[in-house]
Write a protein of this length. Structure first.
Length: 316
């Protein structure tokens, strides 16, 4: 077995970048432990506040954010933390070289039903400022807290999966994830159909027609409602995830956040051979104007994403 520490030591990246990733991994190990015990300790409850986006925070959102902050404060390589749970970026170390942008506990609306949730993060060069496009990410990862705890990590050349063992060490279990180019599964919140644009409506209708439709095959719909779980399934066996711009989210720019949800997931999917788009441009090409900016997200198996891109290019 190869532990995360041994694997990181073998990567040709700045050791401080590796240590930044290791700090986030250590935070994930602690969050996994908290999640296992949360119901027993009465922590599956709402927190008193709302986050910057006006969303009700869960106690575990706040606890997870505090755990990340604690681990990053102990690492002088980290200059700035951008978190979904914090309105302002936190300046950590004056000498730090890296920015972490994170959603410490994504999918937390699923906590009371014991469905997979996750920590998503992106690593950026602090010398280039906070508002960098996803193409500038130095590393991207998520930890999925499911039946197993998986850390899925890329520095941009390959995607590796680590599984947490019973003594709290991440062990390498897959060193070259590839997203199959074709798929017969799509993931979208179909309860939002009345808000969809023409491209999304056409794409989903083509799929649900089955064998007589465009692709001549039957599709299944899979939607956990927890992005980490949905993206993890797509990385492992293919599929497409859509949270498009719709008539309800249009004023906000979308549902999901660019810096700590869309960008890291897009980097992982693209490094594994998939594609990502907002419908109009590659997610990784979007230049942010604000740290909590939202963006439409379509990503997954290349052939399916290309079909959606084609529909957007013709629907104006
Ligand atoms: P969160 O960051 O507040 O947890 O929201 C993000 C989640 C994603 O995990 C998921 O894909 C999406 O929101 C679900 O949205 P919906 O409420 O439309 O099902
Ligand atoms: Mg979130």
């Amino acid at each position: 077995m190869t532990s995360l520490a041994d694997w990181l030591a073998g990567q040709s990246v700045d050791p401080k970048l590796a240590s930044t990733v290791a700090s986030m991994a250590a935070a994930s190990v602690e969050i996994a432990g908290v999640l296992r015990q949360a119901a027993i300790k009465g922590q599956v409850v709402l927190a008193s506040g709302t986050n910057v986006q006006g969303e009700q925070q869960k106690a575990l959102d706040v606890i997870s954010n505090d755990i990340v902050l604690k681990h990053l404060r102990e690492n002088a390589a980290v200059s700035i933390l951008i978190s979904e749970e914090l309105e302002e970026a936190v300046h950590l170390s004056n000498d730090g070289k890296y920015i972490i942008a994170t959603d410490p506990l994504d999918g937390s609306s699923n906590l009371d039903v014991n469905v997979t949730v996750g920590t998503i993060f992106s690593v950026l060069d602090a010398g280039k400022g906070m508002l960098q496009p996803g193409s500038a990410q130095l590393a991207a990862a998520y930890t999925a807290y499911g039946p197993a705890t998986n850390l899925v990590l890329t520095f941009g050349t390959s995607v590796a999966v680590f599984t947490l063992d019973d003594v709290g060490v991440f062990q390498l279990t897959d060193d070259e994830v590839e997203v199959p180019p074709a798929t017969s599964e799509f993931a979208i919140n179909t309860a939002r159909e009345r808000f969809w644009d023409e491209a999304t409506t056409t794409y989903v209708r083509e799929n649900v027609v089955g064998e007589s439709g465009r692709a001549g095959k039957r599709y299944n719909m899979r939607w956990v409602g927890s992005m980490v779980a949905d993206v993890h399934r797509i990385l492992m066996r293919g599929g497409i995830f859509l949270y498009p711009l719709d008539s309800e989210t249009v004023t906000k720019g979308g549902r999901l956040r660019l810096l700590y949800e869309a960008n890291p997931m897009a980097m992982l999917i693209e490094t594994a051979g998939g594609r990502s788009t907002t419908g109009k441009q590659g997610i990784l090409d979007v230049v942010p104007t604000a740290i909590h900016q939202r963006v439409p997200v379509i990503l997954g198996s290349a052939e399916e994403v290309q079909r959606v891109e084609q529909l957007y290019s013709t629907s104006g």
